[in-house]
Design a protein around this ligand. Sequence first.
Ligand code: AMP
Length: 351
Amino acid sequence: MLKPCSTIGILGGGQLGRMLAMSAASLGYRCIGYAPEGDIVGDQVSSDFFANPWGDTAALAAFAASCDAVTWEFENVPLETIDRIPEGRLFPPRRALEVAQDRLNEKRFVSDLGGRTAPCAAVDTRADLAGAAERFGLPGILKTRRDGYDGKGQWRLASDRDVDALPPLAAPAIYEGLVRFQAEFSVILVRSREGEVRFWDSTRNEHRNGILDRSLLPAGEQVEAQVESARDLARKVADRLGYVGVLTLEFFATAEGPVFNEMAPRVHNSGHWTIEGAATSQFENHIRAVAGLPLGDTRTVARAVEMVNLIGEDVHESDRFLHEPDTHLHLYGKTHAREGRKMGHVTRLSR
Ligand code: AMP
């Protein structure tokens, strides 16, 4: 168990790390961040920040030597970087990152545990793509296996014409048949060092242009009917990985039951509502798990919750939320409102 005033290292410099550091501070811990320069906002609330490349072994050694425990807020931290963190100090485990960094691996991992996934195949060449499109049909989605997020590295293909118009394939990819879903939802859990697992309520998630737009509770009957089976799968994933911290699995609610889409071995945008809407937030419970503290209560404390992302220019109208009762504005300290960039979020509660 980490004593108060211990130091937690966070790999990654975005808003997730920033909110983790704020929770860690409430529990009496210091945070030190590490991320390559550019678009860093975690430094604004950390006691120190290493703005160095992922491959800078000297900086990584200095960072690791300053930390009593290390976690990440970004799942594309290279494994070579992770390997510079002394074993026993890293939570969640390396294996979680290894599985989640590759869309094909994570789908195989989950189907080996009995989960249903979208029909998919590896695509390394145009011939692979033609074969997969024939096998699973069009429309479908081509996704890069690595480094994609928020709809980046994805191409929706509706016809052979779209396939022909694609630029040359630059990276290993997968082709997924389109899942006909009724709703999307996420299962967010926290697992302690001792293996205790707690779940937050599952929100219904609505996306716009491949980016999360809103998360809602109650999630509606279609989602609620499928949460239990999705949780069973998420627990199996966490147990198999020996996971410590917050883990997110995203699902499609379909007529045949939950279909796994992807996992994030970290706190997740669809869990931001837990800051005000749950007895203990995802950020606090992640820090508790990493620090070896008892887990906090994950119960929802409102009748209804709506979390809305402020994306790009949306942020310029954020003042209006300050006039609404039981509405909580979070801005991430980003100065440039680029299109598609997550600038902040708002959580509205109905008690
Ligand atoms: P992802 O980056 O895989 O989470 O995809 C972003 C969003 O695209 C998802 O939340 C869905 O709304 C949509 N999507 C992704 N894959 C599929 C699929 N196989 N079938 C239908 N919709 C999908």
